[in-house]
Design a protein around this ligand. Structure first.
Ligand code: ADP
Length: 274
């Protein structure tokens, strides 16, 4: 099902203002079911360029699925997702929306980077090769340039000195920092972080959060951060979105959400962290 709302953005520039003010990511009535289990229910969500959005909510509320859909790892049952005004799964041909081919999907998806809970590094490759693999094989960047960019990113996450080591030689926190460098090297417009610290020993959480915060402070990249670290969400997010039961129940600036939650469900959820 293609929603009319989703189509309007396809028509080109936003009439309301310059292109820069239009959302970089737009979910319109996005639903997904697995069998008869509806996991997301008509989600509307806009992310503006550079905006940092934290997603909080109980386990099973659909947060990961929300990110996986944007990463094209799951396909919505209905609704539209657009990235810079282009729908993910469909494209316009002669004024009509048709199902997109792999090439279109690939191009739109390349604007999104994702960091998973379990780092998903290639165990048989050095740290450097983990980071250069996609630029060389997907973006066709010349090897020398890819290595140079990868080293810059490893430097940014504080791991340039580990370039020749293998993932098994690194701590969990270091592995996650490599995963962040690997996503950054693709220069995405939006970075998705799915509970990036929840698989880590507590003493390793801080170093990963610091790297994410540094990236957030650089500013230009939008972020969708799924997290149970409430202090961190409050610290870096421009907006916090609370999901429960597959819907966005409440959203707003961190201070508003954390200090003055309106819904019973958010109040109950936050009380678990106090
Ligand atoms: P959260 O990230 O908030 O914990 P998820 O998005 O991971 O929530 O999952 C929401 C619900 O969707 C869970 O009940 C989960 O079991 C179900 N789910 C997620 N992905 C799939 C899938 N591929 N097939 C079947 N059920 C799924």
């Amino acid at each position: 099902v293609i929603e009319r709302d989703g189509l309007s953005a396809l028509q080109g520039k936003s009439p309301a203002g310059p292109e820069t003010s239009s959302p970089i990511v737009r979910y319109r009535k996005v639903s997904i079911s697995f069998g008869d289990h509806q996991v997301l229910n008509e989600i509307d969500l806009d992310i503006t360029p550079g905006e940092k959005v934290a997603v909080i909510g109980p386990s099973g509320s659909g947060k990961t699925t929300l990110a996986r859909i944007l990463m094209t790892l799951e396909e919505p049952t209905s609704g539209v997702i657009e990235v810079e005004g282009e729908p993910l799964w469909h494209k316009e041909v002669k004024g009509r929306l048709v199902r997109a081919d792999e090439k279109h999907l690939h191009r739109v998806r390349s604007k999104i980077g994702m960091v998973f809970q379990h780092f998903n590094l290639f165990p048989h490759m050095t740290i450097l090769r983990n980071v250069t693999e996609a630029p060389i094989h997907v973006l066709k960047v010349p090897k020398k340039e890819a290595r140079q960019k990868a080293m810059e990113m490893l430097d940014k996450v504080g791991l340039a000195d580990k370039a020749d080591q293998y993932p098994a030689q690194l701590s969990g926190g270091q592995k996650q920092r490599v995963a962040i460098a690997r996503a950054l090297v693709m220069q995405p417009k939006v970075m998705l972080f799915d509970e990036p610290t929840s698989a880590l020993d507590p003493e390793l959480v801080g170093e990963v959060l610091k790297v994410i915060k540094d990236i957030a402070l650089e500013g230009e990249m939008a972020m969708l951060l799924i997290t149970h670290e409430m202090d961190f969400a409050r610290d870096i997010a421009d907006r916090v979105v609370f999901t429960d039961g597959g819907s966005i129940v409440e959203q707003g600036p961190p201070r508003q959400l954390f200090e003055n939650p309106q819904s019973d469900r958010l109040q109950a959820f936050l009380s678990r962290f106090r």
